[in-house]
Write a protein that binds this ligand. Sequence first.
Ligand code: PGA
Length: 244
Amino acid sequence: MRVIRCKDYKDASRKTANIISAQVILKPDSVLGLATGSTPIGTYQQLIEWYEKGDIDFSQTRTVNLDEYVGLAPDHDQSYAYFMNKNLFDHINIDKANTHLPDGTNRNAKEQCAAYDELIRELGGVDLQLLGIGHNGHIGFNEPSDEFVKGTHCVDLTENTIDANARFFEHRDEVPRQAYTMGILDILQAERVVMIITGESKAQILHDAFCGPVTPKIPASIMQLHPDFTLVADEAALSLAEGL
Ligand code: PGA
């Protein structure tokens, strides 16, 4: 794995955006694997800025996102489809028909998960996968577990996640209880993977995921085995990771 040390969040966001930008310049019809969460927002803002300056053209770019809540339509303001439109797609010249997320409105989990894996195959696989990491080491909604799950699958959200999300909904019974997520093999099969980790609060999990053994108890640790994995992290997040 390659480690890119950055000064702070802004620096890490710019460097990650640079990597994505180079990918799109070199291969305009790249399939980008994208992520939600607060961490990639700075990267997306930087990409928007460079697009506005005329430096990047997304007209041929395709995207697949890691995950989506079951039961939420793309126009629901808590859906990840809405997040991606608001934070990136609405501001660049990407063809929305080329942007993909699992379909949260399809309650047939088996069918939807198989369809998403088939879609990734039809697109020719992911050229560059962007990842964040949860404080517990999750990637997408692949939570700590006794085994790695290979393909797209449906996960039950923890009570903690459901409680945390409840504030965004009028009624508690509207809060999603499940999500669809790409699996670990889907992520490992990406040609290149870039993970962005910033802030002191992520220092412990960065250490545990990349200075220790590969284990499904820390799903992100599997990325140690990826042949083209780049970790973009700031000094605060790297503060416990001696030797990386
Ligand atoms: P965060 O989420 O960027 O909001 O910390 C990351 C994740 O859970 O993957």
